[in-house]
Design a protein around this ligand. Structure first.
Ligand code: ADP
Ligand code: MG
Length: 345
């Protein structure tokens, strides 16, 4: 049972209760009520953020509010579900109104951007812990769900990722002091870590186009592995394309713990491609989508990317033989040592 604290109801009233919209009964009763559109299914997902595990104690509460919801919306995006509503279960060590005001501001800014309404939750005293459950909807057509699933990848399908990969993990390494970056480059990487963009519009646009999808929260190799196992297939990734996916690649050099200021034509020789590859393949927290689609859908994939204003890159292909293989531009096998790469140990 929750450890009820004096001020709990004022706190909910002040920071989390807003007038209900749509035909929803929101915060204030024993249950919330949501009415999915006829002909749709509910898509439901929960993600918990724990201090020390998922964020540092001193993280900006406004970005934390954003991220707590963003990681959940990212799961809806991966399923091609339209966000409807969410609940918030919050454990707080004490009532800090400045913290709460900033947290709820970041939370509601993202919620409003996606038309996703806070309809309830729970509040208790304890070590800082934030658990959100999101509810979205997906159409059912002729008895078949239109949700994008992990299990739909087929031999011969193209493999894509959205946006950039590895920058969030790079920012984490800077915060931990193992890598340094110029301040403006760090600021961009840090935004990827602290205020990720859930690819909801892309997920919606990929319904009926992608054969399988997942959001990249734990690193591409691991997350893609879930798709391959669920689909009973394997894949090959082009490492030359993959190394291009980290936005801060120009600043990744062999001189660990330092950066080289990019210097015109010499830049490609200074950049350590193995390091770039490690971040792209094994870095986490990017919240991009990895998805597959048959080659016949290439134009449709590009149209979905344009419609959602989200860049997508084709990085490989699905194969019959299980497992994940890495290949260079000449088609030679590249050793897949990235899970044990020191940087991510
Ligand atoms: P109960 O005791 O019936 O579980 P609570 O007293 O915990 O309900 O909560 C009262 C109302 O406030 C409920 O509608 C609940 O969903 C809502 N609520 C509690 N905590 C939060 C929160 N952190 N964010 C949004 N709504 C909340
Ligand atoms: Mg009750």
């Amino acid at each position: 049972m929750a450890n009820k604290k004096v001020g709990e109801f004022d706190l909910i009233e002040r920071y989390f209760k807003r007038p209900a919209r749509q035909s929803v009964l929101g915060v204030g009763d024993d249950c919330a009520l949501i009415q999915p559109t006829p002909g749709t299914q509910l898509a439901i997902s929960s993600d918990m953020l724990v201090q020390g595990r998922h964020f540092f104690a001193d993280v900006d509460p406004c970005t934390l509010g954003h991220k707590a919801l963003a990681v959940n919306l990212s799961d809806l995006a991966a399923c091609g579900a339209k966000p409807l509503a969410f609940t918030l279960a919050l454990a707080l060590p004490h009532v800090d109104e400045i913290w709460l005001a900033a947290f709820s501001k970041g939370l509601f800014a993202l919620a409003d951007a996606h038309g996703c309404e806070l309809i309830g939750g729970d509040t208790t005293q304890g070590p800082l812990n934030i658990c959100i459950t999101v509810f979205g909807e997906v159409p059912v057509v002729n008895g078949r769900t239109q949700a994008l699933l992990r299990s739909g990848a087929k031999t011969g399908d193209d493999l894509y990722v959205s946006g950039t990969l590895g920058d969030a993990r790079l920012a984490l390494d800077v915060l931990r002091g193992t890598v340094s970056l110029p301040p403006e480059v760090f600021a961009q990487a840090r935004a990827r870590l602290e205020t990720p963009t859930p690819r909801v519009a892309l997920g919606l646009a990929l319904r009926g186009v992608a054969s399988a999808a997942i959001d990249v929260s734990d690193g591409l190799l691991g997350d893609l592995g879930h798709v391959l196992i669920a689909s009973g297939v394997g894949a090959v990734i082009d490492t030359q394309i993959a190394t291009q996916l980290i936005a801060a690649r120009a600043y990744l050099t062999r001189a660990n713990g330092q950066f080289d200021t990019p210097n015109g034509p010499q830049l490609p020789r200074q950049t350590d491609l193995q390091t770039c590859l490690a971040y792209v393949l094994a870095g986490g927290d990017d919240y991009e989508l990895a998805f597959t689609a048959s080659p016949g859908q290439r134009d449709a994939v590009q149209a979905a990317a344009r419609a959602s204003n989200t860049p997508v890159t084709r990085i490989g292909q699905i194969e019959t033989s299980p497992g994940l293989r890495l290949m260079d531009a000449q088609g030679h096998a590249v050793a897949n040592t990235f899970k044990s790469f020191d940087h991510f140990a």
